[in-house]
Design a protein around this ligand. Structure first.
Ligand SMILES: NC(=O)c1ccc[n+]([C@@H]2O[C@H](COP(=O)([O-])OP(=O)(O)OC[C@H]3O[C@@H](n4cnc5c(N)ncnc54)[C@H](O)[C@@H]3O)[C@@H](O)[C@H]2O)c1
Ligand SMILES: O=C(O)[C@H](O)COP(=O)(O)O
Length: 629
């Protein structure tokens, strides 16, 4: 047997990496939450093939955002397998750029099989170690079941992973990686292409001329110069669209409650409220992710507030527009034109009325479809998949294995607390100030060496960012994604004289320079401030702004600031009861008897808007916010 040049030793098991592309060799192998230097060990493994399936570390993975209440799940991310001398097999189920295929072919058997039916995909996947898809292939629970544990990595050659069942992937110990940056420019350029084509009726005029007509006045367009474009979502794609639109002489405003103001100012874009953006825009371009908060955010109510004759471009996700409402708005002239690359259902039904509408131009989800973007995405995903097959964690891992069981066992409730505090804190942000500076403080008797806070910090970031983006955060990518979004997260330890047995007495999150939807969440220093504790293994919210509260975080929370007076608890309780909303907890934090008080109410279900309105209308209630946990 020939000796390999390099091997990674992971918890006494060996992974041969002689076949890695050169770029992998100098790196550290990061696995199961440990960063391990590559150990050049010489041991007898054949050069004929990699032994990449030999990693067996029991590890834990942060659950994906749809993964239920538990913040972490134990999963054997790479199940023990006998050392195989065969090359791994990678199934490429949608067309992938040649550069990526070349990389894969160097070290794997590559099976390019496109347009597989769900049954064919299930049949093939049991013979594959990795699967690469774009948005056109549904990687369902059935696919993971059918793979019978062989599938170790799913690579999404693009950003959105709406088509991959992440929960099932995690349960089956399958890593999911994506390629989030390589198609940004393509998507932005497509947005601009649609903007210009729509304004000048290019598709309609083209069709008409090809049909033998010469209709010059019918296709008179509108100019872009001097018009206002509202960019909804100032992330990777939105900011590139804004930059390009400025070059076309447009006045660009943007709505993104979480974007750093200075990044927008740097390219001459003003961040404004949702209402301001849609009220002043001649053109609206959508670039936000599809989340609970943005689903159908463009609906009948929204269209009632736009400038009459507005034109809309959507290269984000179909679900952010209520398609029926858009159709009505087009029919009544409220919306003059729409340019759509994405649809609620893809491909859309044949008789889709929006697509047939004369004032709508469409493309079949082509935002990422340029030769350059697809080459970039292909290389990005091939590297991520190959790295993952060899036990490396890519920075774009979506449901990555992270830390060893013993660490997680001790920190589990704190990990959950950190995510919940993040989720609550981000929901408290309001206005247009953005989220730039976050401080996470640990009150603990333990020293730095005795308390590994990496997972807590990652989970805080997960809680802060996932509800407002399509990013999936794990230990590996948390800091990277926070930085990418201009969010600075600093940690601070505050010594306590408590016992060393308890990892943490309390955890505090502060968001500086941010406005809040709930002014009482601001502390004396003007920061949104939340403190949490773990009691009997359960995360609790212990402070909001300057108000001490005590509420279990196993349901959602209503926070209300009111004048402390007799009968209030009964009144609020009755309104919730009438609305069939079950109260799990209620505490009052007050500055003094009959002065200001913050009432924190834990509820098992989301109260209907009418119920919240009734509570808000009680004369003693000064402000109210509902927060999902
Ligand atoms: N059509 C295509 O082929 C194509 C290609 C690439 C990306 N996309 C889609 O484009 C969208 C943007 O992608 P990206 O890479 O720029 O993502 P990103 O995460 O970099 O940016 C999204 C931005 O939206 C903001 N946001 C979140 N909630 C918001 C809200 N309620 N209101 C306003 N802004 C909000 C976030 O703060 C963030 O800045 C995503 O939906 C993505 O799936 C489509
Ligand atoms: O999420 C994405 O990356 C884009 O929507 C592009 O999807 P596609 O790779 O299927 O073109």
């Amino acid at each position: 047997m020939a000796a390999c040049a390099h091997h990674i030793r992971l918890q006494n098991q060996y992974v041969c990496d002689y076949h890695k592309p050169a770029s992998f060799c100098a790196r550290k192998a990061s696995f199961a939450g440990q960063s391990l230097p590559l150990e050049p060990l010489l041991h007898g493994v054949s050069r004929r093939g990699p032994s990449l399936a030999s990693v067996s570390t029991a590890s834990v993975a942060i659950t994906p955002k749809d993964g239920g209440a538990s913040a972490v799940v134990a999963a054997a991310a790479f199940a023990p397998r006998t050392r195989s001398l065969a090359l791994p097999t990678v199934l490429v189920a949608e067309k992938l750029g040649e550069g990526g295929l070349e990389l894969l072919r160097k070290v794997a058997n590559v099976d390019c099989s496109y347009n597989l039916s769900p049954e064919e995909l299930c049949a093939k996947v049991s013979l594959c170690d990795a699967l690469i898809v774009r948005s056109g292939t549904k990687v369902t629970r059935e696919v993971f079941e059918a793979s019978k544990g062989r599938l170790k990595v799913v690579g999404r050659a693009g950003v959105g992973i709406d088509n991959v069942d992440l929960q099932a992937a995690t349960e089956f110990g399958c890593l999911v990686v994506n390629a989030p940056t390589a198609n940004t420019i393509a998507a932005a350029e497509h947005g601009i292409a649609l903007l210009v084509s729509m304004a000048r009726n290019i598709p309609q005029a083209d069709t008409s001329l090809k049909a033998g007509k010469w209709l010059r006045s019918k296709y008179t367009g509108v100019s872009l110069a001097g018009k206002t474009l509202a960019v909804m979502g100032f992330g990777k794609v939105g900011s590139e669209v804004a930059r390009r639109a400025k070059g076309l002489g447009m006045h660009v405003v943007s709505h993104d409650p979480y974007a750093p103001v200075d990044r927008a100012h740097a390219i001459g874009v003003e961040l404004v409220s949702f209402e301001d953006a849609i009220a002043q825009a001649d053109f609206i371009s959508l670039h936000m992710p599809l989340t609970q908060a943005t689903a159908k955010i463009f609906n009948t109510e929204t269209f009632a507030k736009v400038k009459k004759g507005v034109r809309i471009i959507n290269v984000a996700r179909g679900g952010v527009i209520d398609e029926e409402a858009l159709l009505k708005a087009l029919d009544t002239g409220v919306v003059a034109q729409a340019a759509l690359d994405v649809f609620t259902e893809e491909p859309p039904e044949q008789d889709n009325k929006l697509i047939a509408h004369e004032n709508v131009i469409v493309t079949p989800h082509l935002g990422a479809s340029t030769a350059e973007a697809q080459e970039g995405v292909a290389v990005e995903i091939a590297e991520a998949v190959l790295g993952a097959l060899q036990g490396e964690l890519s920075g774009t891992a979506v449901n990555a294995p992270t830390v060893p069981r013993e660490v997680i066992a001790e920190l589990a409730p704190y990990v959950s607390l950190a995510e919940k505090l993040g989720k609550l804190a981000i929901q408290l942000v309001g206005g247009v100030s953005g989220v730039k500076n976050v401080k996470l403080s640990y009150l603990s008797a333990r020293s730095q060496e005795e308390l590994d806070t990496r997972l807590l910090r990652a989970m805080l970031i997960k809680g802060l960012i996932e509800p407002i983006s399509n990013a999936y955060i794990n230990l590996v990518n948390a800091d990277h994604i926070a930085k990418q979004r201009g969010m600075k997260v600093v940690e601070e330890r505050r010594p306590s004289d408590g016992t060393l047995e308890v990892p943490l007495e309390a955890m505090e999150v502060k968001i500086a320079y941010a406005e809040s939807k709930f002014a009482s969440a601001l502390s004396d220093t003007g920061e949104i401030t939340l403190e949490g504790k773990v009691k009997d293994g359960t995360p609790y919210l212990s402070r909001v702004g300057n108000f001490d509260v005590d509420i279990s975080l196993d349901g959602s929370v209503i926070l209300s600031r009111q004048v402390d007076q007799p009968g209030m608890i009964g009144k609020v309780g009755s309104i919730l009861g009438e609305g069939n909303v079950n109260i799990s907890f209620m505490t009052v934090g007050r500055t003094g008897p009959r002065k200001k008080a913050v009432v924190a109410i834990g509820v098992d279900e989301e109260p209907p808007q009418g119920v919240l309105r009734k509570i808000g209308n009680l004369p003693a209630v000064e402000e109210l916010v509902f927060l999902k946990v």
